[in-house]
Design a protein around this ligand. Structure first.
Ligand SMILES: Cc1ncc(COP(=O)(O)O)c(C=O)c1O
Length: 390
């Protein structure tokens, strides 16, 4: 069979680090091990019933069997505005300041195509969600990493970025509550970010994927709550985590109208829009009872407590996550992240995500996804405890 050469753009793409992890887990399962998988970021609970019900009835409406409007169903964009007003007291224009996306992942990759030319610079967190890099590489732009370290509460230190990089940067990616460190942002940090964005003419992209998941009664703040944020950037919000809708592929971008226009424009050329029934159900999710969101938050907080208290008891210096459904766990002495993760699969039959897969500064940690039952999380702690690592 003839094999066609891939484009230069595809050849540039980074290796999918976590594909390797999936293979290791599959391999261990084939050996007959009962693996507790804390390595993935896939929500384990179902979408709340009222949202599924809404999709079911919307699917029967012939209106949705046609192409949906190019730039999204107006009812969803209006629901997004009501949601931002209700939850964050942020005012948005549904026509100019909201773009409907095929999941946050798609939007985050599109953004680099929208705003970067070959050779341009983009700032991104290290460790960080890998898809920021995918988009930057596709645009043939240059990544400049901002280290996220414990002593700075995993917030980038803008003073450490060279003046040259700040001058050249066109885009900055941020994400709080953070994947993988589970840190949250402060208002002061976002204010500083707005200043940096304005001074250097950098578009700020705040990925608010875990916006609903803040612990100890502290609701994570939206970037758009800070004065001037809309002038200098956008926020991306996904339905995947808040409403357990990861498989539905629906998210939205909100904020600066010129960036929203750019996202809509690229999508005009790539797609029509999402299935209208999905958009209708997403609108109902945003405006319906938010009780399931509260219940989900309580579930993640209980899981967090079981894991972190358990690990602290066996001597691990792990901190309580402030948000997201992850925990950022230091490895035991003498191991690299990857060695530690491999050893845990082999000896405790517990899968974790090695921190170095998220960037150089993730070395020394593994990411724990709290995406299984309390019993399984407790069992994972007990199995790790038996290894006397700490
Ligand atoms: C930080 C972060 N951003 C974006 C996404 C992707 O969200 P979506 O399901 O909307 O593509 C994820 C998913 O794991 C994530 O962790």
């Amino acid at each position: 069979m003839k094999s066609f050469e891939q484009s230069e753009m595809l050849a540039r793409l980074p290796e999918q680090f976590f594909a390797k992890l999936v293979k290791k887990v599959q391999h261990a399962k084939k050996k007959g091990y009962d693996i507790i998988n804390l390595g993935q970021g896939n929500p384990d609970l179902p979408t709340p019933e009222y949202i599924v019900h809404s999709l079911r009835s919307a699917a029967e409406n012939p209106l949705h069997h046609k192409y949906s409007p190019f730039r999204g169903v107006p009812e969803l964009k209006e629901a997004v505005c009501k949601f931002y007003k209700r939850d964050y007291d942020v005012d948005l224009d549904p026509e100019k300041e909201v773009a409907v996306l095929f999941g946050a992942k798609a939007g985050l990759v599109e953004l680099s195509q929208c705003l970067l030319n070959p050779g341009d610079t983009a700032l991104l967190p290290d460790p960080g969600y890998p898809d920021y890099m995918s988009g930057i590489v596709m645009a043939d732009a240059k990544p400049v990493f901002m280290p996220l370290v414990e002593k700075n509460n995993y917030l980038p230190d803008y003073n450490e970025i060279s003046q040259k990089d700040l001058k050249q940067a066109k885009l900055i990616f941020l994400n709080y509550p953070n994947n993988p460190t589970a840190a949250t942002a402060t208002k002061e940090f976002f204010e500083e970010t707005v200043e940096i964005g304005e001074k250097h003419n950098i578009c700020v992209v705040h990925d608010f994927a875990y916006g609903a998941i803040g612990f100890d009664n502290k609701k994570p703040i939206s970037f758009l709550q800070v004065p001037g944020a809309k002038e200098t950037g956008i926020e991306i919000y996904t339905m995947s985590k808040t409403y357990n809708m990861a498989g539905w592929r629906v998210a939205f971008a909100v904020g600066n109208p010129s960036v929203i226009e750019a996202l809509n424009l690229i999508q005009d050329h790539m797609y029509v829009s999402l299935f209208g029934a999905v958009q209708e159900a997403a609108a109902d999710a945003l405006l319906g009872s938010q009780e399931p969101v509260q219940e989900l938050l309580e579930i993640y907080e209980r899981r967090r407590n079981i894991f972190v208290e358990g690990m602290q008891k066996i001597g691990c210096d792990i901190k309580f996550p402030k948000g997201s459904f992850f925990a950022w766990m230091p490895v035991a002495e003498g191991y690299t992240s990857e060695e530690f993760a491999d050893m845990l699969i082999e000896k405790a039959h517990v899968a974790t995500a090695p921190g170095n897969g998220f960037g150089e500064h993730g070395e020394g940690y593994v990411r724990i996804g709290l995406l299984t039952t309390e019993e399984r999380i407790q069992e994972a702690v007990e199995r790790i405890g038996k290894l006397n690592l700490y």
